[in-house]
Design a protein around this ligand. Structure first.
Ligand SMILES: [Fe+2]
Length: 187
């Protein structure tokens, strides 16, 4: 017998935007001029400069803000603004450990360039720490209700927005080049 209703309580909204229109040589060239350093969270390299401050990337960050506004409206929270941004580059065997973005409302990961088949971004369910014995007996018939991890494929020109409190990571990358621009927002 089917239930009269099946409620989705406390959903975690993750939005994906197609910004392939923003994939341009001008942006590529500007990103190539950024210098790099190592970072304790990243098995890869991190840009030393906040890309949101680079004049050639102004239009791109305006587009991100448009998407943040659309997402905020959709989920019913006040407007927030990009407060900081950074660039990570992963190559073969690169990865990013599990983390959250503190002191931020909405976080974003945009891929200005990734090789086909690059590692996805992986989100960890906020219910993970609360689930009990049921987790050992999942039938896998409906992963929407049982999964602890959900991955979103990385693709050139794709923007992923998510609540900053949501734990996430990047599993081991197998390609030569996976570039991400990440950012946080504040009210
Ligand atoms: Fe992150």
């Amino acid at each position: 017998m089917n239930p009269e209703a099946l409620e989705w309580l406390f959903p975690t909204p993750i939005a994906v935007y197609d910004l392939t229109e923003c994939v341009t040589d001008e942006i590529d060239n500007a990103l190539q001029k950024i210098s790099y350093t190592t970072n304790s969270l990243v098995e890869g390299i991190r840009g030393t400069q906040d890309p949101s401050k680079i004049p050639q990337l102004k239009k791109l960050y305006e587009k991100f803000q448009e998407c943040i506004d659309s997402y905020s409206k959709e989920i019913g929270i006040k407007r927030s603004y990009i407060s900081e941004s950074w660039m990570n580059i992963l190559s073969v065997n690169g990865s990013v450990g599990v983390h959250r973005h503190y002191d931020s409302v909405i976080s974003g990961a945009y891929y200005p360039y990734v090789d086909d088949g690059s590692a996805p971004i992986a989100f960890i369910s906020s219910t993970e720490g609360f689930r009990m014995i049921d987790i050992q007996y999942c039938t896998d018939d409906n992963k929407l209700y049982t999964a602890n991890v959900h991955t979103i494929v990385s693709k050139t020109g794709k923007l992923v927005l998510f609540p900053s409190w949501l734990q996430h990571y990047v599993p081991t990358n197998k390609t030569e080049m996976r570039i991400t621009l990440s950012f946080n927002t504040k009210f």
